[in-house]
Write a protein that binds this ligand. Structure first.
Ligand SMILES: [Cu+2]
Length: 65
């Protein structure tokens, strides 16, 4: 389980955009977003670096929580 801190999360749209970005990398990924805590919990076989790069492209820079 990868837990990311993503300060730019502010609403459901952000949560959906992040989820879709992760699913493009790994269609089997499980993504849980906590909007209040601005955290994403991701169960994925994709490389963490690839996830971080993809989220950065989407405008949601993330750090490991
Ligand atoms: Cu939003």
């Amino acid at each position: 389980m990868l837990t990311l801190q993503i300060p730019a999360i502010s609403c459901g749209h952000c949560a959906r955009a992040i989820t879709e970005a992760v699913l493009e990398l790994d269609p089997a990924a499980q993504v849980m977003i906590d909007i209040d805590r601005k955290q994403a919990s991701i169960n994925t076989s994709a490389a963490t670096a690839a996830i971080l790069a993809r989220l950065d492209d989407e405008g949601y820079p993330a750090t490991a929580a």
